[in-house]
Design a protein around this ligand. Structure first.
Ligand code: CUA
Length: 334
């Protein structure tokens, strides 16, 4: 279960890298362009500095061997200047064409095998797979498949950045952009928010988990069985009386839980916490550990009253609740 929610600093891409890991073909192509540009710039820099040094030394004051009287006039050397400039222009126009092709390539990929939705939000990444599986701060994908991402933001501007894929897309509220990648190596790769988006921008981290096809299918199936767990959890939720307070059927004021999973919760302590699985679990077993702002710490602990399996089911149920679910339920009278 721990692999579903990335810690703030994921233990991925260990070790020291001169450049980020290359986990897609596109990454390799971007790096070729980068090193070619650095190489060409270095050659030109050496030429310029070399010539300055050469002339500075040869025509220095007091050097009797250099004959200044028959220096060529600048006019006669125009052709050399034009030739050098034309050569440089050609080289850099070549780079321009190369870079533009690569840039457009990053937008217009091959036909995708699947499209995954990514929503940026202060301060997390919410992911939804085509089958409805949801995850936070982690993106599980199969290896060697063209994955298209549809990215948007729920609040402010974020930026979806996976260095190992050489992908960065600004995530702008009210717009939907796409990005694509085909990961070549199974593994875990860092996901950053690369646009300052408020107090916890630096914690808006995640990971991309690239899996073998079979592992990915197994993972999806496990997520799917999470939905059956949720059905069992709903019964426990009602049997243990959780619904009494949390669904507003008594005078006790308790936070509504539909859509809580993945939300930022303001606590009485002034802290803001991500409502992940660990938070939901803590709230069941140690309700006074993180009291939501505006509520009294009156909920009893359910430690000892629920087995580990029952806790898993209840957590799965709370996770499955979408915003507004309970409003719909009360309108439909169930
Ligand atoms: Cu989101 Cu920075």
């Amino acid at each position: 279960m721990n692999d579903e929610v990335a810690p703030y600093l994921p233990e991925v891409e260990k070790g020291l890298h001169l450049i980020p890991t290359q986990a897609t073909e596109h990454a390799g192509q971007v790096d070729h362009l980068y090193f070619a540009l650095v190489g060409a710039s270095a050659i030109i820099l050496l030429m310029v500095v070399g010539l300055i040094a050469f002339f500075g030394f040869r025509y220095r004051a007091g050097n009797k061997t250099a004959n200044r009287s028959n220096l060529p006039s600048t006019r006669t050397e125009n052709r050399v200047e034009i030739a050098v400039l034309a050569a440089m222009l050609t080289v850099f126009m070549g780079f321009f064409a190369w870079a533009t092709t690569l840039y457009l390539d990053g937008y217009r990929g091959p036909e995708p095998a699947m499209t995954i939705d990514v929503v940026g939000k202060q301060w997390m990444w919410k992911i939804q797979h085509p089958d409805g599986t949801r995850e936070i701060n982690a993106l599980h994908v199969p290896v060697d498949e063209v994955i298209q991402l549809r990215v948007t933001s729920q609040d402010v501007i974020h930026s979806f950045f996976v260095p190992a894929f050489r992908i960065k897309r600004d995530v702008v509220p009210g717009t939907e952009k796409t990005a694509w990648f085909r990961a070549t190596e199974p593994g875990e790769y860092r996901l950053f928010c690369a646009e300052y988006c408020g107090s916890f921008h630096s914690r808006m981290l995640g990971k991309v988990v690239v899996m073998d096809r079979g592992d990915y299918q197994a993972w999806l199936t496990r997520q799917g069985s999470g939905r059956t767990l949720a059905t069992a959890g709903k019964q426990l939720f009602e049997a243990h009386g959780c619904s009494g307070c949390h669904m507003g059927k008594s005078s006790v004021r308790a936070p509504s839980l539909d859509g809580i999973y993945g939300r930022s919760v303001a606590l009485q302590s002034g802290e803001v916490i991500l409502a992940d699985e660990a938070y939901i679990r803590d709230s069941i077993l140690q309700p006074d550990k993180h009291v939501a702002a505006g509520y009294e710490p009156i909920m009893p602990s359910f430690a000892g009253q629920l087995t580990e399996e029952e806790i898993l089911r209840i957590v799965a149920y709370i996770k499955s609740l979408q915003p507004g679910d309970w409003v719909k339920a009360s309108v439909n009278g169930n």
